[in-house]
Write a protein that binds this ligand. Sequence first.
Ligand code: FES
Ligand SMILES: [Fe+2]
Length: 342
Amino acid sequence: MTNSTTLPTSPVTAVLCGNPAFRDAWYPVARSIELSLDRPHAAMLLGTKIVLYRVDGVATAAPDRCPHREAPLSKGSMEDGCLVCPYHGWKFGSGGRCVNVPSSGDHVPPPPRAHLSTLLCEERYGLVWVSLGTPRQGIPVIPHDADPSFRRITNPTELWHTSATRMVDNFLDITHFPFVHTGTFGKGQDTRAPSVELQPLDNDWFGYAYDVKANNDTAGGSQASGETAAVVERSMTSGFQLPLACRSTIRYQSGLEHILLLLSTPIDDVTSYFSFVIWRNDDFSVSAEEIVRFDHAIGAEDKQMLELFDGVLPLDQTTLVSVQADKCNVEWRRRLVEAMRG
Ligand code: FES
Ligand SMILES: [Fe+2]
């Protein structure tokens, strides 16, 4: 284990794929509703192609490679609750168990090595989470999910052509608001950042709390905030859990709370899934579609900016110049590098 004082001065370039700090973590790779009973689903995590399928209601994940001749199982079909390989029709059921090899007939059991080596897979918050290794932490806890005064909105998973490290760096950063979010809540916002005091937040999140004035005068703004003033006060927190999970919480003066789980899944070093889930304690009078339209517009502004960058985010503390407002980003990078060095 190393600490910040022993970090090298040479640039550390993150190579996410293959590093245990990234493999030993949970990531959402699809929405639960994408796992239908009639076809398998393809995904990729840290350079590994994955097939997802549902048997008896249970989501199963495995490398997208048939043990027989390596055919992509995600191109197969679902039949009688089993995943069927498109090449020679081997059938895989619950837990990846090979239950039928057509060429052997019904009375010869499949060879023991015919079963799929399944991956850890769980469903939470309307998302399918997978780990390629042994997770060092559980799936992030959002207690509002069990609170009936909050509703949950799970949004479609998006493909972003940027590194997951750059996404996290963006989600923890509030000083881009008046420059990037000019079409939404950042228009006309004060460019000076509040003083950043890092602190443990609830439920193992770590980050900072701050107040901002947000523009409320663009399409969808008043529906999201529940207020009609041109500018509204937000009390917010931004926090992270290693390696790549972020959460933003917003509390408006009306008492309305809006919690955003912002999840960056590395498909490979420079391509990612963006999944986000919202919890709100509103009166449910505004449709989920209207609520997410505003958050989608904000996400699109971030995506457009991040897709201008090449490569992964440098993680050492010397390649990038940071200021007071970047404290949380610097601390996230420091902890991430420490975890990567294991
Ligand atoms: S490659 Fe899958 S059954 Fe042959
Ligand atoms: Fe942003």
